[in-house]
Write a protein that binds this ligand. Structure first.
Ligand SMILES: Nc1ncnc2c1ncn2[C@@H]1O[C@H](COP(=O)(O)OP(=O)(O)O)[C@@H](O)[C@H]1O
Ligand SMILES: [Mg+2]
Length: 237
């Protein structure tokens, strides 16, 4: 579904991705791990079209990725804290609407609000729709960010360290949600994580990176052992 092929990225003269190939199937949650600075975020930004590439190709379903095919969520959750949860989720649909730049929340079409409610329900937070986003816990806010991404109706969901700011229980919940979206909605989900154990519990496949190269790609159990033996992650997670 998502195919990244031969991705090369330079920052000035420095090459940080050296021809990375990664695929994520429909219905699959792929976890990407590797030491700080190995190029995980750069890869994710390149996949999302947010990072100029020296060369490489990003295909979704065999076609060049369209503007709305790929949704992204980040470690730092960019919700408008003073707006309601529902307004924040509606914003995910804006890219699909004509004249969206002139829309204020009061004017969100009813069908957008309905869909946003369905997305909130999907992440288990329909009952918080009318609360101010800033009143929710970190884990709940990240689930709102997932709902907002869903409202874009993407085929692919990318998440850059989505649980790094969350406590262990909230981390499990968000990862379980991402796996569920992959499995039940047939999305291709790629999450950059830094905890091998968390990845092993939730991901269908794990990719390990070092210095801008993919150095392992496999089933979670084997991959987690390899992450340690190749020193791609700290020994304590
Ligand atoms: N905007 C940038 N300009 C220059 N160098 C960058 C920039 N962003 C990241 N880098 C460098 O590129 C390398 C990969 O960074 P990054 O993709 O953020 O790694 P990771 O997410 O795996 O920690 C690092 O050496 C980092 O310092
Ligand atoms: Mg990063």
């Amino acid at each position: 579904m998502l195919a990244l092929t031969g991705i090369e990225v330079h920052y000035g003269a420095k090459q940080v991705l050296h021809g990375v190939d990664v695929t994520v199937g429909r219905g699959e949650l792929l976890a990407v791990l590797g030491a700080n600075g190995c190029g995980k975020s750069t890869l994710l930004r390149a996949a999302a079209g947010l990072q100029p590439m020296t060369s490489g190709e990003v295909l979704v379903g065999g076609e060049p990725a369209g503007r709305l095919d790929i949704a992204v969520i980040f470690q730092h959750i960019h919700l408008v804290r003073r707006r309601t949860v529902l307004d924040n989720v509606c914003a995910g649909a804006l890219g699909r609407l004509p004249l969206h730049k002139s829309l204020v929340p009061a004017l969100f079409p009813a069908e957008v609000k309905e869909e946003a409610m369905a997305c909130l329900d999907r992440v288990g937070l329909a009952d918080r729709a009318h609360d101010k986003a800033g009143r929710l816990s970190g884990g709940q806010q990240q689930r709102v960010a997932v709902a907002r991404a869903l409202c874009q109706r993407p085929k692919v969901l990318l998440a850059d360290e989505p649980v790094s700011a969350l406590d262990p229980a909230a981390s499990e919940q968000v990862l379980a949600l991402l796996a569920e979206l992959a499995h039940d909605e047939d999305m291709a989900v790629l999450a950059v994580l830094h905890q091998p154990a968390l990845a092993a519990r939730h991901a269908d496949r794990i990719v390990g990176m070092r210095d801008g190269h993919v150095v392992l790609d496999g089933a979670p159990d084997q991959a987690v052992d390899d992450l340690y033996s190749y020193h791609l992650v700290e020994t304590v997670s």
